[in-house]
Design a protein. Sequence first.
Length: 76
Amino acid sequence: MQYINFGQFIRNKRLAISPKISLNQFAIENDIDPATLSRIENEKQGISINLLAKIAHGFNLNGSSLLKEYENNYNN
């Protein structure tokens, strides 16, 4: 399956967190370089399994659950 706009999905999910969390704060709290997260959200960089796991953890999910949510709700 192609994960088109997966970075946009991540950004939208991050922005939906309440209270709001900045890209920098989310990245630092989840041991991700903020510049790397920015490139992922802006579709300028792919995502590795390791980064997927860290991002998913930031949403209190595992990588598989994050991908399933994307597939079910975002990739129309």
